[in-house]
Every structure is written in structure tokens, then in C-alpha cells.
Design a protein around this ligand. Structure first.
Ligand SMILES: NC(=O)C1=CN([C@@H]2O[C@H](COP(=O)(O)OP(=O)(O)OC[C@H]3O[C@@H](n4cnc5c(N)ncnc54)[C@H](O)[C@@H]3O)[C@@H](O)[C@H]2O)C=CC1
Ligand SMILES: [Mg+2]
Ligand SMILES: [Zn+2]
Length: 277
């Protein structure tokens, strides 16, 4: 048995047993023991199953995803969004659910060929959908996003989007566009969002961000010039904050928080935090 969570290409849906998670528009089903249920038990509940996907092995046991048409009632259970599982609880289970969400979303959105509109079929032994008419394969979509902590000595540049929890400030982030390198994207995003120039861009680390399919690439950059001008509509406020006087920060498991905590720890000579994957 291999401990921990390992994603697999595909599992045999006709094989009995294993664990299952159930996902609807309301999030994942969970009870006092969490979001993982004995699969045979879950399939006996009064749930409207849209699709079933084998997604991996947890401590050697197969795990399946039941994609539902709607959030049904299961006695003793309730529904919780993926973000809730990210914010608290077992991190490995959150990884299972994050993967399940991405596979469920992708499979649901790729039932028909984007080129000719015909029904696509699951490729055997590979996580891909196939259109025979076009000989086209569609793989799960991952959207690279840059996230950067811009610093100026003891000051760090943080901004608020109107979508954030009240009071919280975070690092700047944005999706890569076709034709861009990671560095091009980072420089453009910082320019667009606050009209600041950066230099000495250093890659720090990455994080899967399954909301719904981002791959966060985290960087540190030094301030090189310009006065902060927040982008209309996108950025509600942006400021330089002293590391000794920081506002409410993003959730502890986010790479945004990691980039901030890492810089502060290095500045103060404290132990460095660990990046949650
Ligand atoms: N893990 C973390 O610590 C953090 C993660 N993020 C994530 O980074 C990503 C990018 O951040 P934003 O500032 O929102 O991006 P952004 O600054 O590029 O603006 C978002 C807008 O970009 C457009 N867009 C371009 N490509 C897109 C794509 N592939 N998918 C969706 N929208 C696309 C849409 O109009 C969307 O409203 C988001 O997924 C966000 O949740 C953001 C901050 C912290
Ligand atoms: Mg942004
Ligand atoms: Zn086609």
C-alpha cells in the first residue's frame, strides 16, 4: 500500500468497493467523519448521479467521484463548498476534493467536441475526451496564473479586490495570456493593477488552485518605480504596508499568504513557513 493521495488516470467503474465523494452545485457532501463515504453506501442513497469518475487512491484504496445533477438530501449530511475544505480540515482530503472538482468540471464541460459539436468519448487509460470525427483530444484545462509579492525594503505592496472578504489585502495576481512568458504576465499584471514597475523577478513556488482550474506560479519582485494607481473596477485599494503593521491577510493555506509570510520571516530572521501544495 502506498500511503497518501495518488491520482490515477482511470478506474473501473464496474469494480465494487472503495471510497466515494459526492459533488453538486452546493459543494461536497460531508458528515461528522468528513467528505469521504464508503462508495457502495453512497450509491444506495437517493442521489441523482450524473456521472461517476475514478479519480485516485487514498492510502491504497480507490476513490471515486459521484457528480450529481442536484444537491440531494442524505440524512445526517450537509453540503460544503470546496473553499470551506481549503480553509480548514485535513489538507490531504482537500487535495482529493480539489482534484475531484477539477475532473468533474472538465468532464462535464467536454461532453461535446468544441470543434464539431459531436459527442466525445472518454479515452481508455488516459484522462482525456476524444472526438472521432475530428481526431481531437481534450485534456483537463489548467489556467496558469502569476501571483507576486512586490517589496520595497520593509514595505510590501498589497491590494484589495472588491471580491475579497472585508478588510483583507493580498498580493497581485492574474491569468497568463497567449503569447506571454510568466515574467511578461507578471510585469503586465502589476502595471495594469497598480501602475508600478518591478525588477529582479524571482520564482518562489507554485500551488494548485482548483477554483476552478488555476495553477498559481508564485514570485517575488522588487519595486522599480511608479506611484500606486489602483485599476478601476478590479482593485478597490492598494497600499504599501510595513511588515510590522500588516492588514488582515489571505487564508493561511494560500500561496498569497505564503509569499507574504516567507518575506516577513526572512526579513526578521525567523523560521521560514512551508508552502501548502
Ligand atoms: N492561491 C492564492 O493565494 C490566490 C489565488 N488567486 C487566483 O488567481 C487567479 C487570478 O487572479 P485574478 O486577480 O482574479 O485574475 P486577473 O487579474 O487576470 O482578473 C480576472 C479576470 O481575468 C479574466 N480572465 C482571463 N483569463 C482567464 C481565465 N483563464 N479564467 C478566468 N478568467 C480569466 C476574466 O475576465 C476575469 O474576470 C484566480 O483564479 C484567483 O482565484 C488570486 C489571489 C490569491
Ligand atoms: Mg488580478
Ligand atoms: Zn469534433
Amino acid at each position: 500500500m502506498t500511503p497518501g493521495w495518488i491520482t490515477t488516470t482511470l478506474l473501473d467503474n464496474d469494480a465494487p468497493g472503495g471510497w466515494a465523494v459526492a459533488r453538486s452545485r452546493e459543494g461536497f457532501l460531508h458528515d461528522a467523519n468528513g467528505p469521504l463515504f464508503p462508495r457502495e453506501w453512497l450509491k444506495r442513497q437517493d442521489l441523482s448521479v450524473f456521472a461517476e469518475h475514478g479519480i485516485g487512491h487514498l492510502d491504497g484504496e480507490p476513490v471515486y467521484l459521484l457528480e450529481l445533477n442536484s444537491a440531494g438530501e442524505v440524512p445526517g449530511c450537509s453540503w460544503q463548498g470546496l473553499r470551506g475544505f481549503m480553509l480548514q480540515g485535513d489538507h490531504t482530503l482537500y487535495k482529493v476534493l480539489g482534484y475531484a472538482a477539477q475532473i468533474g468540471t472538465w468532464a462535464r464541460e467536454h461532453r461535446f467536441c468544441g470543434s464539431c459539436g459531436q459527442a466525445m468519448a472518454q479515452v481508455p487509460r488516459e484522462r482525456a475526451m476524444y472526438c472521432q470525427a475530428c481526431d481531437l483530444r481534450s485534456y483537463p484545462r489548467i489556467s496558469p496564473s502569476m501571483i507576486v509579492l512586490v517589496t520595497r525594503g520593509d514595505e510590501i505592496l498589497l491590494a484589495r479586490s472588491p471580491r475579497f472578504v472585508t478588510g483583507v489585502y493580498s498580493t497581485l495576481a492574474g491569468f497568463a495570456e497567449p503569447g506571454e512568458s510568466a515574467e511578461d504576465c507578471l510585469i503586465r499584471e502589476v502595471r495594469e493593477e497598480v501602475q508600478v514597475e518591478v525588477r529582479n523577478i524571482q520564482y518562489v513556488g507554485s500551488q494548485c488552485w482548483p477554483f476552478p482550474h488555476s495553477m498559481m506560479l508564485g514570485f517575488h519582485a522588487e519595486y522599480a518605480g511608479g506611484d500606486i494607481v489602483p485599476q478601476a473596477d478590479e482593485i478597490e485599494d492598494a497600499q504599501w504596508f510595513n511588515i510590522h503593521d500588516l492588514p488582515p491577510l489571505p487564508a493561511s493555506r494560500s500561496i498569497a499568504r505564503y509569499l507574504i509570510d516567507l518575506y516577513v520571516a526572512r526579513r526578521l530572521g525567523h523560521a521560514e513557513p512551508v508552502l501548502p501544495g
